[in-house]
Every structure is written in structure tokens, then in C-alpha cells.
Design a protein around this ligand. Structure first.
Ligand SMILES: *Cc1c(COP(=O)(O)O)cnc(C)c1O
Length: 496
């Protein structure tokens, strides 16, 4: 029997996994969620003999039930291949008293590659399966890392086009360079004069515009989303939570059934939500520690039960976490409300009209496994420097937010369980801030020169992806206002 998916806001809209992936967002504005959590029943000794790809199949087959084994294995094999610079795909490293799960060994040096290397394959197979002949147009808003990961995943994939909007002044030099040098005739990259929330809201508006949809249909196009609202982004992320548990078991750091904690640097709440899904499947997770930067809307939410986006948007040194509307939180809200679509719709409506909502005491009880923490830019920098000086290990600014929150948590709680810090980006991707944190003076402007300095002080070699953008030419230079986003899409697709 197929595992079905429905909207967080309306349980009568029921679709298969491949249809949910194709649509991205449900027509009522809600997000697709599985109607139940499948249980992981494979014995750990069996799991511990699997490599990353085999484990990915073991997990994904439980969710993507309308894909055949052959289709699914093909997607997995195409995703987790030599694009990753290590055969482990997601190495787990012990540093000091904690473990770092390195999710940045893919093509774009950030954890978005874990899901975006497989999504294009899941999507094109879904189109075939559902007899879709329209060309699929991926429309994406990015705070920096999704954009490049989606571009590189979809570039030159037959039957698709991809359009990426990013905040012109809100991404790092390397992030921007990675995007504007993207090759592939089916790619289009646009900077907007606004922040990430503006970009995300603009994209959602185009998705919800029925007139726009009609025009698209007439021209033989249909939209889909590569943003983390797409369930096809979320599900592949469950794999590495299970993988790191199995790794700890394999290395005899834990015994079967021991609980562990994860600390996750969080923005849109996609990464940590996958950890929650892993826990619901039976993985022995004690705490999921949600680490925010100065945009600490989630920290406040876990403290008070009130989600309030009415506050100043802060630009930090961890730009991929500069977010005030964490889209994926809607899925958690739905689950902690006891799968109540009406309640979820009511709260999301309140978020749109009043910029805030408050959850019920019962819902708060269901948040027990979550802990919120945050780190300021200064605390983040101090953490980078401290870990470097004590251990020689260099972490990026996003991972450092989690490392800082992790240290606070270990010092302030009695929780002595093994803890994994989810490491979301290579320090090379944010070299300038990292060098600054370590105390380097006269840092050169050029990102490749920065990389060379980082190379001298760290054990990690310069990733191939850095060498590539160093030599690449700029191919995209469009910049637009927030209210011109729709017009830009029409222009690129030639449907005016
Ligand atoms: C996207 C991103 C995050 C935030 O992840 P979410 O799933 O949006 O919570 C953290 N760190 C890096 C480097 C990222 O690219």
C-alpha cells in the first residue's frame, strides 16, 4: 500500500509521494506531509554493513512508495557519486568531546547538496510516472546555498528550467560568485533588491497566482519548487541522521538503543525537521537542539510558544540562517497539533495577517524533544577561534553557531549523552569571516586568495569547487526590484 501525503492545512487533498514532489506546494498553500511515520525496523547490525547509498535506499523506500526499487536506486546512485569529494558522503568526525557530521562534501560545499543532488532525479522520474509532458520550471528563492545547489542539480537536466532569486546584498562573495557563474542554457539567476524573506514571499506569490499558472500552461510549462518546502528536499535529509547514528555504533562510541543529541544550525527549519522525522521513525534521539543566529525567532518560539516575525531583520556572518519566516516549521506545527489541519491553517493565517501566532499548551508539551539556543556574531567568532586554537579544526560560521549553542547546552544541562553537531558548510565557503574570527589581519578581497590562507592554517585541502569558480566567467547579471520578480520570470520563459 502506498504511503500518501496531504496538505498541512487540508486533509482531503491526498497525493502520492511522486505527486507531492511534482507539486512542491499544495494548492491550498499548505505543505505536504506523510499521513503516518513509517518505522525503521532493519536491525542496526544490518544497517551498519551498509554504505551511504544503501542506507539511503533503506530509508527512502519507506517514504517514496510509488517509486520502483530500480527507479529509486537509480536516483540515489546518480545523486551520491563522485560529485562528493569523499566516498563516505557524510563523514562524522570526533573533535574534542563532540562529533561533527560534515554535510558539505558535495558540489557546492554546503549541506543543501545532500537533498538537491537527488531532487532533480526524483522530480524527472515523478513527471514521467504521472505522464507530465509540460516542461518543469523550478522557481527558487535562496538565502545563498540553496540557489547554487539547485542550479548545479538542475543545470542541463532535460525537460527542466531553473530560475533562482537571491538577495543581492545578502549573500557571501563565494555564494554570489558560485551562482552568477552557473552554466547551462536552462538556468537563470536574478539578484533582488530585498532580503531573503522578500524573495521567498515573492516566489510563493508567483506560485499562488492562478492567472500566471494559466499563462504558463498555455506555453507548455508548469512550476515546481526546489525550496525546502518540497517534501523531496526533506526526506533525503532524514538519511544522514540515521547514518550518523549508525556510524557512532560502528565506531563503538554508542551501543544499540543509546540516545544521542543533535545540534542543528537552523534557518528555514528544514534540516532539523528531518531529524524530528528520524526520531518519529524510531531513531533514539534525545534532544534536537535548534541553534539560531541573531535572527532568533525560533529561540523565542521555543522559550514562549509564540512565533513572532515582527522584528528587525539582522544581517549576520551566517547569512544562510538569516530568516524570519521558517517555512518548514509549519510541518512541525501540524504534527504537534496532533495532525490537526484546521489548527495549522488558523495559525498560518495568523502569521500572514498579524505576523505572529501562539501555540496551545498541549502543542507546547509535544515540543519536549526540542531545545532552542542562539549565538550572536561575536559568540560565533569566539567559538571558531577557540575550537581552532584548541584542536586545529576549522569550522564555518553556520556550524559555529551550532557549536556555540552546543557548548552552552553541555555546560548548563545535565545531559551527558553523545552529541552530534550538524556541520552545514565548508569553512572555505565563508573564508573571509572564518579568517577574521581566527584573528587574521589584512585579509585579501579575492576569495581564492582567502582560500589559500585558510589552506595554510587548516588540515582540509582547498575543495575542487573553489578552484572552479576561481576560473569561471560571470554569466548572469540581472538585478530586479521585489515587485518585478513575476515580470522577470515571464521574460526568461518568453511568455509575455
Ligand atoms: C540552509 C543552511 C542552513 C539552514 O538550514 P535550514 O534547513 O534552512 O534550517 C544552515 N547552514 C547552512 C550553511 C545553510 O546553507
Amino acid at each position: 500500500m502506498n504511503l500518501m501525503y496531504h496538505s498541512t492545512r487540508e486533509s482531503s487533498i491526498m497525493v502520492t509521494a511522486s505527486q507531492a514532489i511534482l507539486q512542491g506546494l499544495s494548492p491550498d498553500g499548505g505543505l505536504f506531509v506523510p499521513t503516518r511515520f513509517p518505522k525503521l525496523t532493519t536491525p542496526i547490525d544490518e544497517l551498519s554493513r551498509m554504505d551511504y547509498r544503501e542506507l539511503a535506499y533503506e530509508v527512502l523506500k519507506l517514504y517514496l512508495t510509488d517509486y520502483t526499487e530500480e527507479e529509486l536506486r537509480d536516483c540515489i546512485n546518480k545523486a551520491y557519486d563522485e560529485k562528493f569529494d569523499t566516498a563516505d558522503i557524510a563523514p562524522l568526525k570526533k573533535v574534542g568531546q563532540v562529533y561533527y557530521l560534515e554535510l558539505f562534501h558535495g558540489a557546492t560545499l554546503a549541506f543543501k547538496d545532500m537533498a538537491l543532488s537527488i531532487l532533480p532525479h526524483l522530480l524527472t522520474k515523478a513527471a514521467k510516472k504521472n505522464n507530465i509532458t509540460d516542461e518543469i520550471v523550478i522557481l527558487t528563492a535562496t538565502s545563498g546555498d540553496t540557489g547554487k545547489a539547485a542550479l548545479s542539480g538542475f543545470a542541463d537536466v532535460e525537460g527542466t528550467k531553473i530560475i533562482v532569486f537571491y538577495p543581492k546584498d545578502g549573500v557571501s562573495r563565494v555564494q554570489e560568485k558560485q551562482m552568477v557563474t552557473q552554466k547551462g542554457d536552462n538556468t537563470h539567476v536574478i539578484g533582488i533588491r530585498g532580503n531573503f524573506d522578500n524573495a521567498q514571499t515573492g516566489v510563493k506569490k508567483i506560485f499562488g497566482d492562478r492567472e500566471f499558472e494559466k499563462k504558463m500552461k498555455k506555453a507548455g510549462y508548469r512550476f515546481s519548487s526546489a525550496n525546502s518546502i518540497n517534501i523531496g528536499r526533506l526526506l533525503p535529509q532524514i538519511v544522514y541522521y540515521i547514518y550518523s547514528y549508525v556510524e557512532l555504533y560502528r565506531k563503538k562510541e554508542i551501543q544499540e538503543g543509546d540516545k544521542i543529541n543533535f545540534v542543528v544550525p537552523t534557518g528555514n527549519f528544514g534540516n532539523i525537521l528531518a531529524g524530528y522525522y528520524a526520531k518519529q521513525m524510531g531513531l533514539p534521539i534525545d534532544k534536537l537542539i535548534c541553534a539560531s543566529n541573531d535572527n532568533k525567532v525560533l529561540f523565542d518560539f521555543f522559550q514562549t510558544g509564540v512565533y513572532n516575525r515582527n522584528r528587525e531583520f539582522v544581517l549576520t556572518i551566517s547569512p544562510s540562517m538569516d530568516i524570519l519566516i521558517s517555512s518548514n516549521l509549519e510541518r512541525l506545527i501540524y504534527h504537534i497539533a496532533g495532525n490537526d489541519t484546521d489548527k495549522t491553517a488558523e495559525l498560518m493565517d495568523s502569521l500572514i495577517t498579524r505576523g505572529q501566532y501562539e501555540i496551545t499548551p498541549n502543542m507546547r508539551k509535544n515540543l519536549e524533544s526540542f531545545v532552542g539556543g542562539y549565538a550572536t556574531d561575536d559568540e560565533t567568532k569566539i567559538t571558531i577561534r577557540k575550537i581552532y586554537e584548541e584542536t586545529g579544526y576549522v569550522i564555518d560560521t553556520h556550524t559555529a553557531v551550532a557549536a556555540s549553542v552546543c557548548e552552552d547546552y553541555i555546560n548548563e544541562s545535565n545531559n551527558k549523552l553523545k552529541t552530534v553537531v550538524v556541520s552545514t558548510a565548508s569553512p572555505y565557503k565563508f573564508a573571509e569571516s572564518v579568517l577574521d574570527a581566527i584573528g587574521k589581519k589584512d585579509i585579501p578581497e579575492d576569495e581564492y586568495e582567502q582560500a589559500k590562507i585558510l589552506r595554510e592554517i587548516s588540515a582540509a585541502p582547498i575543495p575542487g569547487a573553489m578552484e572552479e569558480i576561481h576560473l569561471a566567467t560571470i554569466r548572469h547579471n540581472t538585478v530586479c526590484e521585489i515587485d518585478e520578480m513575476g515580470a522577470e520570470v515571464e521574460k526568461f520563459l518568453k511568455i509575455i
